[in-house]
Design a protein. Structure first.
Length: 161
């Protein structure tokens, strides 16, 4: 009889990774490690709970989310990097959020010099705008709990459906 206990958090992620390793003969520890951009020893440490998932880089976590077919925001929540309260409640559109952040950047003493003009901003593709305001938030130290990340997580969730 199969184990019916529902795991949560990092244990659930470890279980999902174990299932992938057990069920797909083409995938092994070395291949997953390469996909995540980490060493096989580090990956084994993650599986054995010797290493915390929080030690992985954003790029590795993003690759892990893709491997697990899981929205990045959900992965962050499962790993305890974000809590449900970190997800904003209002249903503002992504474009509204990035435009608000652009306005903050334009009025910031340190960043106003690199902010594009409004005419250039509205012509810029959304993906580029997201990258620019994410860089601004990261430079300001706001990125870890920003509404932009939550909006992108929600967008990832919609794309995965």
């Amino acid at each position: 009889m199969e184990n019916s206990i529902q795991l949560s958090g990092p244990s659930r992620i470890r279980q999902l990774l174990g299932n992938i390793l057990d069920n797909d003969e083409d995938i092994d520890i070395a291949r997953i490690s390469r996909e995540l951009g980490i060493s096989s020893a580090l990956f084994r440490g993650l599986l054995k709970s010797d290493v915390e998932f929080s030690s992985l880089s954003y790029k590795s976590l993003r690759s892990l989310a893709l491997l697990l077919s899981m929205p990045l925001g959900l992965l962050y929540r499962e790993l305890g990097l974000l809590e449900q309260d970190d997800f904003f409640e209002d249903k503002r559109d992504l474009e509204v959020i990035i435009n608000e952040l652009y306005e903050q950047m334009r009025h910031d003493d340190e960043f106003s010099a690199i902010a594009p003009t409004y005419q250039d901003w509205i012509k810029t593709p959304v993906a580029t705008r997201v990258a620019l305001v994410a860089c601004y938030e990261k430079a300001c130290g706001k990125l870890s709990r920003s509404s932009l990340i939550m909006a992108l997580s929600d967008k990832d969730k919609e794309e995965t459906r």
